[in-house]
Write a protein that binds this ligand. Structure first.
Ligand code: ADP
Ligand code: MG
Length: 321
């Protein structure tokens, strides 16, 4: 018997307005390229100029694959728009997305879930602060991060009061809330979690920035050869298990769906959570596809799996009569 299967009408959404627009376009291209034309009927949207088209096409979309990183994409805003249009999508909903993108809120949620985070101070642009007091509390070396950015935009490692002042000034150009964390040396790893109720993890990826980059900054992230990614990470079975379990607990605590990727530091014998990405990079050289490959899952297989997991998400739409 021959079955005629209806193709899934998939909308790939990439680009957007954030500082990570270029990475997002690359993620969108990589995903679009690998979709099997026998299974999917693919359309493409860029929120920068395509929101009206998305609205117009809403009845013709079975599932949206959102590949927007950072603000207005990974922060719950496009998810809210898709909810209003009643278009199901790959990944986390409004609340989990918004909480995860806000590093301060995410860290509060981790703390609440009993997970370890690096000591910090949160500042707002409207509030007076003393750099000396911050250094007294956190020690001489600090990391400054805008609360709601990604891809290390506005992140600075500061080793004295002067660089902290400069770092804060720059970070406030990205956001009106800024986190200052104690700088820790350790092994940086990231872990992809898959699932909704039953969670699984991919192998840990270890991130080793080359000596000329002080840390995993924007350039180190997107300049080929600037960082070495090692998968599986060169850490003991105990740390691997601890980091994977912490990433799952973070996914659950934030209420993530389908996939997430949690960045962590292994420092002084403990696993510290840095942040959870709800729409991790999906270029062919990104960390999540690398981890999938190490688990024997090809890029197209991985994309299929994300789509499959998203179709299993329970959603309730209320239509007004
Ligand atoms: N407290 C810290 N101590 C040392 N390095 C850090 C610290 N926090 C972040 N980093 C480095 O900065 C990078 C970016 O920080 P992260 O919190 O992951 O934000 P994002 O990736 O959203 O910019 C990390 O990948 C890590 O290399
Ligand atoms: Mg990160």
């Amino acid at each position: 018997m021959i079955f005629s299967m209806k193709k899934l009408r998939l909308a790939v959404i990439a680009g957007g307005f954030s500082g990570e627009r270029e990475v997002s376009l690359k993620s969108g291209d990589a995903v679009e390229r690998c979709l099997d034309p026998d299974k999917y009927e693919v359309s493409r949207y860029d929120p920068r100029d395509g929101l009206a088209l998305l609205l117009e096409d809403r009845e013709k979309i079975d599932l949206a694959f959102v590949l927007l990183h950072g603000k207005y994409g990974e922060d719950g805003s496009i998810q809210g728009f898709l909810d209003l249009l009643q278009i199901p999508y790959v990944g986390s909903g409004v609340l989990a997305s918004a909480m995860a993108l806000n590093k301060k809120v995410a860290k509060d949620i981790y703390r609440f879930a009993g997970l370890r985070v690096i000591e910090d101070v949160c500042l707002t642009v409207h509030q007076a602060f003393s750099v000396d007091q911050i250094l007294k509390n956190l020690g001489p070396s600090t990391v400054v991060k805008p609360v709601s950015e990604g891809s290390s935009l506005g992140v600075a490692v500061c080793h004295d009061a002067e660089s902290l002042e400069k770092g804060l000034e720059q970070a406030f150009m990205f956001d009106e809330e800024v986190l200052v964390e104690r700088f820790v040396r350790g092994t940086e790893v990231t872990c992809c979690v898959l699932g909704n109720d039953v969670l699984s993890t991919l192998p840990l990826v270890e991130i080793v920035p080359s000596a000329e980059y002080a840390f995993f900054d924007y350039k180190a992230k997107y300049t080929p050869g600037a960082t070495t990614e090692i998968c599986p990470a060169r850490v003991s079975a105990r740390f691997t298990e601890e980091a994977q379990s912490a990433a799952k607990r973070a996914h659950r605590a934030l209420g993530c769906r389908v996939w997430s990727r949690t960045d962590m530091m292994i420092h002084n014998g403990d696993v510290y959570l840095l942040e959870t990405n709800t729409i991790p990079g999906m270029t062919e050289t990104s960390l999540v596809p690398l981890a999938a490959k190490a688990a024997g899952i090809s890029f197209p297989q991985f994309v299929d799996r994300l789509i499959h997991l998203s179709l299993g998400v329970r959603r309730t739409f209320y239509r007004t009569p």
